[in-house]
Design a binder for this molecule. Structure first.
Ligand SMILES: C[S@@+](CC[C@H](N)C(=O)[O-])C[C@H]1O[C@@H](n2cnc3c(N)ncnc32)[C@H](O)[C@@H]1O
Length: 483
């Protein structure tokens, strides 16, 4: 067979990144078998948009020696795990790819996936896998949404079929998977709150009315780049952050004035000005248009200041469970020295501070370190100390220069790409008794833990925490002990 051909498949398993797995005799798909290859040998096909129990027609996308990739184009008979979706954009929006999968089953598959990553990919055998913690909320669970403006609107199948003439050079919404230059224009999303949908729709209408153009990735022109909305779970704080290519004070004044009249619940409005070509929603500088420029939220008994550009866990309720799991794994007695690497706005450091002697935290983003210092004051966490550190380079010079006591426990929470080899080396040299590794990407986590495993650390236990319902993403906490 060749790329583009359609094949009928029965899905048996759930694989990494939420794809279904089907197995067929290799001879059915590959026409280039060598003499030594058995055509009846099992061959794996990863099928996007399918779940175990589905029978599907799938289009072949890639044919490799040991596996193929395909995309389900028709469900012949559905899996019992499938449910009715809530959102009209399902299937085209990249936000909630698994909304049609029963939540109880999503969680079971995620648990299985983490287990497979640690046992099959990592080769770990003798360790405990604790039960996944499901998300308390499965809709409206996000405290941050980042929408993109585009001069290229993605038209849905329904819009194309309707024959209605739609303005194609203005969209505000979310990206379509694997389509980098087009944006799906949306008017509602069930991940944040109803109020956020109103902000989204007002913003779109306002700028369309004023004939302000969205940013074009092709020409590097156009004013509007992103709309980022941050909400607080425990307080009424609500931040609107408009990311633009240029600074236009009068336009921002007029936008914020009308926005506040329509939605007075907003507590702060920020304008980030981003002249870089890269499409990240962080500005070269930011201007506070209204309010303090911050919002506040609680994790457990601690209060945190959150600015437009610093990282804060996006599911506030689950963040508490995640941090509690890390704290439980560390089993602190109040006398330990803790290092918290990739500390963001200092949330984990402060969360564990009541059970530690001293906490030393390291983070590279300046606004996050500033927020962390503020959070220290708010929570009177006098035993926590923050350092600016780029953890792509060695941070041992900071430890030496400041004469820091050596750590008993190191907590790690790197970005999806995992840890840099230098930082892994540093951690090993510091010889903590325990390492608690929090990760939003178990694949890079297991890669790093294997290195610790070869340097005298034993994997004791892991516990997945679901922070992102309807997506295949999963957070995982691991405990390693010096052997
Ligand atoms: C997954 S977040 C964790 C933040 C924090 N522990 C929390 O729970 O909110 C990863 C953090 O790593 C930081 N980071 C990314 N690259 C870094 C680097 N090279 N050096 C230091 N910190 C980095 C990010 O800015 C971000 O704050």
């Amino acid at each position: 067979m060749k790329k583009g051909d359609i094949i009928e498949l029965e899905i048996e398993k759930y694989a990494f990144e939420g794809r279904g797995i089907a197995k067929v005799p290799v001879g059915i798909i590959r026409s280039d078998l060598g003499k030594e290859e058995d055509p009846n040998q099992n061959y794996v096909v990863f099928v996007d948009g399918s779940y175990p129990g589905d029978k599907v027609k799938a289009e072949l996308k890639k044919i490799k020696k040991s596996f193929a990739e395909a995309k389900a184009v028709k469900i012949i008979s559905p899996s019992n795990f499938r449910i009715k979706v809530r959102c009209k954009y399902f299937g085209e929006c990249g936000g909630c790819k698994q909304q049609d999968l029963d939540y109880a089953q999503q969680v079971k598959f995620k648990q299985q996936q983490v287990e497979d990553i640690f046992t099959k990919l990592g080769g770990f055998t003798d360790f405990v896998i604790e039960e996944i913690i499901p998300s308390e909320k499965v809709f409206f669970y996000r405290n941050k949404m980042e929408f993109s403006f585009s001069d290229k609107r993605w038209l849905t199948q329904k819009e194309i079929r309707s024959g209605v003439d739609i303005q194609k050079d203005f969209a505000l919404g979310l990206h379509v998977p694997e389509v980098y230059d087009k944006v799906l224009d949306i008017d509602e999303c069930f991940l944040q709150s109803e109020l956020c949908n109103r902000i989204l729709n007002f913003t779109k209408e306002f700028f369309k009315r004023k004939k302000i153009t969205p940013y074009s990735t092709k020409t590097h022109s156009g004013f509007l780049r992103n709309l980022v909305i941050k909400t607080s779970h425990h307080t009424n704080d609500l931040m609107v952050n408009l990311v633009t290519l240029n600074d236009d004070e009068n336009l921002m004044k007029s936008y914020s004035g009308e926005l506040l009249r329509q939605i007075p619940e907003i507590t702060t409005i920020i304008n980030n000005i981003n002249q870089k070509k890269s499409s990240i929603a962080t500005g070269d500088y930011e201007k506070i248009i209204f309010g303090s420029g911050f919002i506040f939220d609680l994790i457990g008994n601690y209060k945190f200041r959150i600015s437009a550009n610093s990282f804060f866990q996006t599911n506030t309720l689950q963040a508490e469970k995640l941090y509690q799991t890390a704290l439980d794994f560390a089993e602190l007695n109040g006398k330990e020295i803790i290092y918290d690497l990739y500390s963001g706005a200092g949330t984990i450091s402060i969360f564990v501070s009541g059970k530690s002697q001293e906490v030393y935290a390291f983070e590279t983003v300046e606004s996050a370190v500033n927020d962390a210092e503020e959070n220290k004051k708010i929570n009177n966490a006098v035993n926590v100390h923050f350092f600016s550190a780029d953890l792509y380079k060695s941070f041992l010079p900071i430890v030496d220069t400041n004469n820091l006591p050596l750590p008993d426990v190191i907590i790690l929470d790197p970005p999806r790409s995992g840890m840099h080899a230098n930082t892994i080396d540093d951690v090993i040299k510091l010889k903590p008794k325990k390492i608690v590794y929090v990760s939003c990407n178990p694949a890079t986590q297991v890669r790093d833990i294997k290195i610790f495993g070869n340097s005298g650390y034993k994997l004791i236990k892991i516990r997945p925490v679901d922070m992102f319902p309807h997506t295949y993403h999963i957070e995982n906490v691991a405990l390693l002990e010096a052997s």
